[in-house]
Design a protein around this ligand. Sequence first.
Ligand code: SAM
Length: 267
Amino acid sequence: MKHIPRKRFGQNFLVDLQLIEDIVGAIGPAKGDTVVEIGPGLGAITEPLLKRLDHLHVVEIDRDLIARLKRKHAPERVTIHEGDALAFDFTSLAPAPGSLRIVGNLPYNISTPLLFHLAEAAESVRDMHFMLQKEVVERMVAGPGDSDRGRLSVMLQYRFDLEWLIDVPPESFDPPPKVDSAVVRLTPKPLAALLPLADWAVFDRVVTAAFSQRRKMVRNTLKPVCGPADLDAVGIDPQARAEDLTLEAFVALANRVAAPGREPAGA
Ligand code: SAM
């Protein structure tokens, strides 16, 4: 029976065989890899992955698609995790730190929260390959001075190296989405290469406040978390906008805000 694509689950199925081959080629799965696919759907990527792997984990929310997957694949080859990828503990699948490979043509309606959720599993991850809306990839890779730069860019760039791999037009899907797409690779930076950060939650708070009103100067947007003396101490121009700040500047400011004994903002 034909599956009717469900909009609420962001179902746009890949139908371009050459593209599917290119994506699987970019992933480069090898026997023995621990791979999890988010949203296997009708199996466009699942099947070519299984040609190269002995076993695959999948996380799928749609019960009809889960029933199909169960009919098609023996449990020794595909472990089906039924439910919401946003609530799934990806670290539970990693046999060792830095080993898990996560892939997926992601449901676009939840891609930003899903990327933040996956970023929390970074220590378990070897790499991640995702198909996303092109605008989201533009935001992920945006550097200082780029108007696409936002919280997603800074938080992901702290932890991952990002590579834009393949541009994908709407016709590669059925039904075609209204937007262009792109495939991106995220590779966790080695722990030793990470900028020393005193407190991740404070970093998140500073970055979130800075981008809360992106057209405004940081001396205004950052008022709830720090004052002009803090900006001055780490060499940030108070008239700059959040999109102009480097990762290093955000980290230096967050570390100053997190320093023990510091007066709270506004004191
Ligand atoms: N991988 C297939 C392909 O490339 O043709 C399907 C990709 S489709 C864009 C997104 C898939 O993610 C669908 O199978 C959908 O049911 C599933 N999905 C949507 N929301 C999900 C969620 N919260 N957790 C897990 N899977 C989800």
